[in-house]
Design a protein around this ligand. Structure first.
Ligand SMILES: Cc1cc2nc3c(=O)[nH]c(=O)nc-3n(C[C@H](O)[C@H](O)[C@H](O)COP(=O)(O)OP(=O)(O)OC[C@H]3O[C@@H](n4cnc5c(N)ncnc54)[C@H](O)[C@@H]3O)c2cc1C
Length: 432
């Protein structure tokens, strides 16, 4: 028998557990650990609440959790309640799938002012993340800005622009729905340091902006290279650029606008004690395709500024860490310690990108300790004893199901508007 600990219950953790389960069958026990009492990582707290079809991927993860060889152990933070060294004593291999939950900073003056929030915080707020339930983003001004040229920036701009009616069928939390419903924001400016040919926005997410009830996307065709240049683009990006160009033909007859401001690099945030405007330097592309400042600046009014420029992993004591992720070679950190998903690669790719990652690492584990081999390590039994000694009360699969069922409305992946947003509420639901 082998014992494996997968730390993190987002996509990377579940795909790794699935792959280990396939490789070992009943020759291994796989524990998926998470700091929260309920699983799914960014599927719960990141993916937009109005993208329910994507959140449905959690059903596949449920199947993994229901497998005989797999257990969920929630409400345990590795690095605080238990160290990685202790896990390595208890388990044959430890796989870190802890994601990349911290916002990268812009590194410009004024960034710490009230009104400037990272996308992890903002997205966490509307998705019911317990750490960000009290964020209270300022929605009382007419202008907001979102910094970034990827899908997370589009998610933030879209959520800020939708009507109450458009959130029907979503699982947005009540506090966010109420706040957004009374928001005064009429213009959301998306600031991208480079041009339309350099966006990391996918066609599906861009296409949605053309069909919003009360908001219209706005582009300036002067920002685009000649249309013939689109031919050289990879098909997905070409489709995105075609959609962006098409926004120029839309009638600006809606009360709200989502303005794409390309070649725009934020250099400072200003205001009287709280953000009022963002100072932007016009850029141009240099020969390597990087954005180079031109020295020309202008102001974009914004009392809410959401930065969506990437994420970094949380370091864990004694695990080598560099450049926002764990130092690894094809997932291997040190003997019997691995990383997968965003903790391995950094914050890129889609949910599905984490699957080959998990399978590759599971293959490496299986090559190092083939199915049928065994060890004397204790696995979950030892872990639970350690947690009990430390007064940590882990949750299990039954607790997670009970928590979700207790939430009013639909059981899974989340109930509209009545989700728990505090760890204490989750724990209370299971009588802790
Ligand atoms: C705002 C946003 C929107 C997105 N939308 C989409 C989309 O529409 N489509 C798409 O394909 N992809 C989307 N993605 C990308 C997708 O969410 C990621 O590819 C995926 O979640 C990364 O998986 P992961 O398992 O590496 O990390 P995560 O999903 O972040 O999971 C990490 C898990 O580790 C746990 N954890 C962290 N530290 C510890 C610790 N010390 N101890 C115990 N547990 C710990 C966390 O609680 C979490 O459950 C989006 C990402 C973001 C940020």
């Amino acid at each position: 028998m082998r014992h494996f600990a997968v730390v993190g219950s987002g996509p990377a953790g579940f795909y790794t557990a699935e792959a280990l389960e396939k490789a070992y069958g009943d020759q291994a026990r796989i524990d998926i650990l998470d700091r929260y009492p309920v699983p799914y990582g960014l599927i719960r707290f990141g993916v937009a609440p109005d993208h329910q079809s994507l959140k449905a991927v959690s059903k596949r993860y449920d199947k993994v959790a229901e497998s005989a060889g797999v257990d969920f152990i929630g409400n345990v933070t590795i690095g605080r309640d238990v160290s990685v060294a202790e896990l390595l004593d208890l388990y044959d291999a430890v796989i870190l799938a802890t994601g990349a939950p911290h916002d990268r900073k812009l590194g410009i003056p004024g960034e710490d002012m009230t009104g400037v929030v990272g996308s992890a915080e903002f997205v966490g707020w509307y998705n019911g993340h317990p750490e960000f339930a009290d964020l209270d983003p300022p929605l009382g001004g007419a202008h907001a800005a979102v910094v970034g040229a990827g899908n997370v920036a589009l998610d933030c701009a879209r959520i800020l622009s939708k009507t109450r009616h458009e959130f029907e069928g979503s699982d947005i939390v009540g506090h966010a729905l109420e706040a957004l419903d009374s928001s005064a924001i009429r213009t959301v400016t998306i600031l991208g340091r480079r041009g339309p040919h350099q966006v990391a926005m996918t066609p599906k997410e861009l296409g949605e902006l053309g069909h919003l009830e009360a908001a219209a996307p706005v582009v300036d065709l002067a920002d685009f290279p000649p249309v013939e240049a689109d031919d050289a683009l990879e098909p997905g990006l070409r489709k995105s650029v075609t959609l962006l160009r098409g926004f120029a033909d839309l009638e600006p007859n809606k009360p709200k606008r989502i303005v794409f401001d390309f070649f725009a690099k934020p250099v400072a945030i200003e205001g009287d004690g709280r953000a009022e405007r963002i100072i932007v330097e016009k850029t141009m592309l240099d020969e390597k395709g990087a954005a180079r400042g031109t020295g020309e600046t202008y102001e974009v009014p914004a009392s809410l500024i959401v930065t969506a420029i990437g994420y970094s992993t949380s370091p864990i004591a004694d695990v080598p860490f560099e450049g926002g992720k764990f130092v690894n070679s094809r997932g291997l950190i040190t003997d019997r310690l691995y990383a997968v998903g965003w903790a391995r690669r950094g914050p890129t790719g889609t949910i599905g990108t984490n699957r080959p990652d998990g399978y590759e690492v599971a293959d490496q584990v299986a090559a190092a300790m083939p199915a049928g081999s065994s060890s004397e390590r204790e696995g979950a039994e030892g872990l639970k004893r350690l947690l009990q000694e430390r007064g940590v009360m882990p949750t299990d699969y039954d607790d997670w199901c009970k928590i979700e069922e207790t939430e009013t409305g639909r059981a899974r992946p989340g109930s509209p508007r009545e989700k728990f947003v505090r760890v204490e509420d989750w724990l209370q639901a299971i009588g802790r």
